[in-house]
Ligand binder design. Structure first.
Ligand SMILES: Cc1ncc(COP(=O)(O)O)c(C=O)c1O
Length: 488
């Protein structure tokens, strides 16, 4: 059966929805409470026990009181690691853009829900119905988190942003000649899935590494672009892109917009809705492990009608309604995008993390990250051998990331020294965003091509400091002091 025939025969026999299971699961919710698992139902079923606001009252300006209050809500910050001199200390984690530690209540919620865990969308057992309700209702929580219009959007769960981008691009792209406009700022997860399936064109960045909006418009006006796929925030410089302005441009030229939300969702409020309908985002993709929920969850939020026109290249159980000897009938989205047994702990963790982030308040998170960034930049700028990359003066359009090098010291050596000397974890290299980092380092493509042809050559790169909501003044002081020692 070819793809078109599959699409034509497709009909809606999706997994149980909140409506279809509402009566029995409402009973289940009550029952799980009586079964003695209040923790299992606080967030998603009974709902009343919102966590206390995680931030101290009266904080202003200083990031530390905020961070110190949050620290007790994060798993493992006191866990000690061994340094080179044999002594032990808690790890100072400045690699939050890669992944974040878990919220304590995420861990608790997952454990509580596992008491009532059974197969999703398949069984009539009480636990199965309970888990299914949490899983299905979770889609509304995700949509609310990104301010998506529930009537026109749906959510399918994925393992992470990479998985989501691959699934989405495998569905949306129908021919290698489809043109996708992305940028030179992207993480490989928002480049290679398109590059391998479609024809990609790239908007440039300026000398400080900011995306050039006029280049997006230029490329849109010259090419028949089908999709524009842009990151909401860079994992290298932290720049936040005006995705709604880009959406307006994309729609003006009859393209749809996909947003890589990996670096925004734990740092700033993200809205699928713009000021007007033409600024709305069509699809967003993100990972839960970057939002204090490291259980392998993630989501793609997208236009339901559009997703129903396509099928991802992932087949198997759970995403098909009926199979005969040679034909199949597929359900509507989201089910058709979720082949195989779902990652329930990943979903539970992500939903709980969204709740905590909202409760904490993005206004405070933004203020805190700005504070840490300013402090770090000032500290590092005072060290003569340190070079900082991207804009270090106007940082209002950045999430909490600082990138630098020490003259004469390879980035890998610096990162290793920081870990061994002081148990400080940073990230080194080109952060899965090679073309962007080469631009920031001003290395032309022909030099990179030469390097690529020379086996075992150390690649150029940088050291990245990326903040989480729990990082505090003392940690930044330790970082700056250690960089100063290493710089010599
Ligand atoms: C901007 C951006 N996009 C995509 C990804 C890929 O995320 P994941 O590894 O969770 O798939 C990352 C990871 O660092 C990222 O920073």
């Amino acid at each position: 059966m070819n793809r078109e025939t599959i699409e034509q025969t497709s009909r809606s026999l999706s997994k149980p929805t909140a409506e279809s299971t509402s009566e029995p699961t409402a009973n289940l919710a009550r029952r799980s409470f009586f079964l003695g698992a209040p923790g299992a139902s606080t967030l998603l079923l009974t709902g009343p026990a919102r966590p206390a606001r995680a931030t101290p009252s009266g904080r202003s300006g200083s990031g530390s009181s905020f961070a110190n209050d949050i620290r007790s809500k994060i798993v493992g910050l006191d866990a000690e690691v061994t340094m080179r001199n044999g002594s032990k200390a808690p790890l100072i984690n400045f690699d939050n853009a890669a992944t974040t530690p878990a919220f304590t209540s995420v861990l608790k919620e997952v454990n509580a829900q596992l008491e009532f865990y059974a197969s999703i969308g398949r069984g009539f057992g009480q636990k199965s119905k309970h888990s299914t309700e949490i899983y299905e209702n979770g889609r509304q929580i995700v949509m609310d988190f990104v301010n998506a219009d529930r009537e026109h959007y749906t959510v399918f769960y994925v393992n992470n942003t990479t998985d989501g981008m691959n699934k989405l691009s495998s569905a949306l792209i129908t021919s290698k000649s489809d043109i996708v406009l992305t940028s030179r700022m992207e993480h490989h997860a928002n480049d290679l899935p398109w590059r391998k399936r479609a024809t990609t064109i790239y908007a440039e960045v300026d000398s400080l590494g900011r995306l050039v909006l006029s280049d997006i418009e230029r490329l849109l006006s010259k090419n028949n672009v089908k999709y524009v796929s842009i990151t909401a925030a860079s994992n290298v410089t932290g720049y936040v892109n005006d995705v709604h302005a880009i959406a307006r441009l994309a729609h003006q030229y009859h393209a749809q917009i996909v947003v890589d939300g990996a670096q925004i969702v734990a740092h700033k409020p993200f809205s699928m809705r713009g000021q007007s309908a033409d600024e709305n985002i069509d699809y967003v993709v993100f990972s839960a492990h970057k939002m204090y929920a490291p259980y392998g969850g993630g989501a793609v939020v997208g236009l339901t009608d559009e997703l129903n026109k396509h099928l991802p290249e992932f087949y198997g159980g759970g995403m098909v309604d009926v199979v005969s000897d040679y034909t199949e009938i597929y359900p509507d989205a989201p089910a058709r995008y979720e082949a195989g047994s779902p990652n329930y702990p990943g979903v539970v963790a992500m939903l709980k993390a969204m709740d905590i982030l909202k409760e904490t308040g993005f206004d405070y998170i933004v203020e805190h990250e700005q504070y840490l960034m300013r402090k770090t930049i000032a500290g590092l700028q005072a060290i003569s051998r340190v070079t900082l990359y991207s804009d270090t003066e106007n940082i209002a359009d950045k999430v909490g990331i600082v990138v630098f090098n020490i003259a004469g010291k390879p980035h890998g050596e610096v990162a290793q020294e920081m870990a061994k000397k002081r148990a400080i974890a940073v990230r080194q290299g080109a952060f899965c965003s090679h073309p962007y980092v080469w631009r920031l380092l001003r290395i032309p493509n022909n030099e990179i091509l030469q390097l690529m042809q020379t086996p075992n050559t150390a690649l150029p790169g940088m050291v990245r400091v990326s903040f989480g909501i729990y990082n505090n003044d003392e940690e930044v002081d330790a970082l700056v002091e250690t960089v100063r020692e290493i710089a010599g």
